[in-house]
Design a protein around this ligand. Structure first.
Ligand code: PAF
Length: 313
């Protein structure tokens, strides 16, 4: 049983040693990577890890590798002490919070603070001039959906998650299905690169009124928040239309786009894609997921809904 106050670790070697000593005691290690500013959605991932494993580590690290130079890394919200309180209040708590200062500081910087070329995929990491030059890419899954407007994003995520997996050495890692593409990218990476880690996709945690939980929700004004409810409402409508026999994706997409734009949202993308390869489909013939990104004021929200029709009739 974990003590309610998690052990805080910031050093990579100490983190690895902790995991190795747990494994030597025969304990199954669960892991939830986060960037902090935790909400109930994160806590549900931690509870799932807790239910599957003997010990649980949570990382809190805002990764410069997944922010574009145009995205403001320094204003990413944080509430470290609040996060610790929330984690400690969970039944069983968590065992370790891994909170590294800089995961890309290798202590031997050559001083070549050059802004390296990253092409379309350049991130804030290059501008730190730390000499990091190894990236993990999941070449096909990373390009569509959020990858279209954020070409730097998934290589940054896959790379930092690889680093975290190599440091924490978990048996089980839990990711939220709200970030559906991220979950699929990590699953594919784990399969392709033979990580010995079971990746769990946890169902989307929603507020009572259906809004998917997200750290960004606090930036919505009350009016924008009300308008943003159109995302879940329209996805539910599309799902039930599909269940009633409407399998033409154009029709389903129009329904959702109309509903969100009528409410005052601005669509970034509305795509119905195959659940496994995330390629757009024209007609629903198997398991698909309807993925949405939409702006409400200055806040970009993502959400999705899996549609699993029985194809027997
Ligand atoms: O989902 C997130 O919070 C981040 O993308 C992750 C997985 C912690 C990697 O930085």
């Amino acid at each position: 049983m974990a003590s309610t106050t998690p052990k805080l670790i910031s050093d990579k070697n100490e983190m690895r040693n902790w995991s190795r000593s747990m494994r030597a005691q025969g304990k199954l290690i669960g892991f939830v990577p986060t960037m902090g500013f935790l909400h109930m959605g994160h806590l549900s991932l931690v509870s799932q890890a807790r239910s599957l494993c003997d010990v649980v580590a949570v990382s809190i690290y805002v990764n410069p590798g997944q922010f574009a130079p145009s995205e403001d890394l320094s204003t990413y919200p944080s509430d470290f002490h609040g996060d610790l309180r929330k984690l400690a209040s969970l039944p069983g708590g968590v065992d370790v919070v891994f909170h590294p200062h800089n995961l890309y500081d290798y202590g031997n910087n050559s001083g070549d603070a050059v802004v390296e070329e990253g092409g379309a995929a350049a991130s804030c990491l290059e501008s730190l001039g730390l000499g990091h030059e190894s990236w993990v890419r999941v070449e096909k899954l990373e390009v569509g959906l959020c990858g279209k407007s954020r070409p730097h994003f998934f290589r940054g995520v896959a790379t930092v998650v690889t680093k975290l997996f190599n440091i924490v050495e978990p048996d089980v890692a839990v990711f939220g299905k709200k970030d559906y593409q991220q979950w699929r990218v990590i699953q594919r990476m784990v399969r392709d690169l033979d990580f010995s880690i079971k990746v769990i996709g946890a169902e989307i945690a929603r507020e009572n009124d259906g809004l998917a939980m997200s750290s960004r929700n606090v930036r919505l004004s009350p009016e924008e928040r009300e308008k943003a409810l159109s995302i879940n409402k329209s996805l539910l409508k599309a799902k039930s239309a599909a269940e009633d026999g409407q399998v033409h994706c154009d029709k389903l997409k129009n329904l959702v786009i109309q509903c969100i734009t009528d409410a005052g949202g601005r669509i970034d993308y509305a795509e119905i894609v195959d659940q496994n390869n995330l390629r757009p489909v024209e007609q629903i013939k198997g398991p698909v997921v309807f993925c949405i990104a939409a702006w409400f004021g200055k806040v970009r929200l993502i959400d999705n809904m899996e549609i699993n029709l029985s194809m027997d009739d």
